[in-house]
Design a protein. Structure first.
Length: 392
């Protein structure tokens, strides 16, 4: 399970990369170097010392990397006083949300320890981070995994229990080498970074919270994500191990009457494997398994997915339950939770249900959910009614 989140600093907590690049550009002119912004950005994720050593070697400078660093830091201090570093929008809210949910936190940055602690203090986040790790204190910084491995050790968690948030290719390489899940943050000020190694790429943190990161962590480790709970049930993504119990429900005559596209067991296993990859991991929602909260037994499935209905793409509510538990209110309880999740977490505005006209139980359920009849259609060769609910 996810136990720790490790944050890069520059470009993730604060939008600092442009100022660092500018400091290098200005300070290196006294050494006869005219560095472009793009050239500076290719060193994002590495330490300033790595950058300075490269400049000394590539341009055969008669100066040491310490000389270049002193000049750069002097220029940077001046720019910091003049401009300062803005916090990345919504990153503070994410840090506080993770802390409130018991997730251990650390900053693992290629910057100096003094800069890391100063940044956490300026952002008002020192009480939320348990540890800080500077790449300058290590023999090998990013893209080597040492910085993240040390952070995991300091937090007393296994690397496989960590998720890293990074904005650079070097940082993502380090995270993956450390066997950690990772979120790539596309920061337009971080240069042309290859973020393809990330488990997911986000363009902002407004909708990122603990639940979202737990889902990404589960998907990266091929684990089923628990979506929600009701007083009597647990709704979570199905996994291949659930197919035996699900197929036993499929075989019931009451289910076969209205579910017409069920294949043999092996074919259903293959379909579920593809569904996990192409629906859960891509859309981040789907038809979830419903498990009894006391026994943890699968009793049905309920959720939403994108389907083509009557010539247009719709988000469709779907549900089926073991006949043994029908009539006990499970379908209503779970469908309400699904709609709440869809409208609040996913911010969907329209959801439909396609119900065969002879399926009076499902029609009654749709009405209890507040869904309204919209039209009659022929769907998959059957006479059906479409019910709809709109989130104003």
């Amino acid at each position: 399970m996810l136990k720790a989140v490790l944050f890069d600093m520059d470009g993730v907590l604060i939008d600092s990369e442009p100022l660092h690049a500018k400091a290098f550009q200005i300070s290196m002119k006294e050494y006869g170097l005219d560095l472009s912004e793009d050239y500076c950005y290719q060193f994002i994720g590495k330490t300033d010392r790595d950058f300075a050593k490269t400049l000394v070697q590539v341009y055969h400078l008669n100066y040491t990397d310490d000389d270049l660093l002193a000049s750069k830091n002097k220029t940077l201090k001046k720019l910091e006083k003049e401009v300062g570093y803005p916090a990345i929008p919504y990153i503070k809210q994410l840090v506080m949300n993770l802390h409130a949910n018991g997730i251990k936190l650390a900053i693992a940055s290629s910057n100096s320890m003094a800069s890391i602690k100063e940044t956490a203090d300026n952002l008002g986040l020192t009480e939320y981070f348990q540890e800080y790790v500077s790449g300058m204190d290590l023999e090998h910084s990013k893209p080597a995994p040492d910085i993240f491995l040390k952070a995991a050790s300091m937090l007393s968690v296994d690397p496989s229990e960590c998720l890293v948030i990074e904005d650079s290719c070097n940082g993502l390489t380090a995270a993956k080498t450390a066997n950690m899940s990772c979120v790539g943050f596309f920061n337009p000020h971080s240069g042309q970074q290859d973020l393809s190694q990330a488990d997911i790429i986000v363009e902002g943190f407004e909708e990122v919270d603990t639940s979202f990161l737990e889902m990404i962590y589960c998907h990266s480790h091929m684990l089923p994500f628990t979506v929600a709970t009701t007083p009597r049930t647990i709704l979570r993504e199905l996994c291949v191990d659930d197919m035996k119990a699900l197929y036993e429900i499929y075989e019931q005559p009451e289910i076969r009457k209205y579910i017409h596209d069920i294949d043999d067991y092996e074919a259903e296993v293959n379909k579920l494997e593809a569904y996990i990859k192409n629906v859960y991991h891509f859309d981040h929602f789907g038809y979830w398994g419903v498990f009894d909260a006391k026994s943890n037994q699968l009793i049905g499935r309920c959720g939403i997915q994108i389907n083509q209905v009557d010539g247009q793409m719709e988000v469709e509510l779907g549900y089926l339950f073991d006949p043994k538990v029908q009539g006990r209110g499970y379908a209503l309880e779970c469908a309400k939770e699904v709609l709440q999740y869809a409208f609040t977490k996913l911010e969907l505005t329209r959801i439909i249900a396609v119900i065969e006209q002879t399926n009076q139980k499902s029609i009654n359920l749709a009405k209890k959910l507040g869904m309204q009849f919209e039209k009659h259609i022929t769907h998959k060769g059957c006479d059906c009614d479409v019910y709809v609910i709109i989130n104003e």
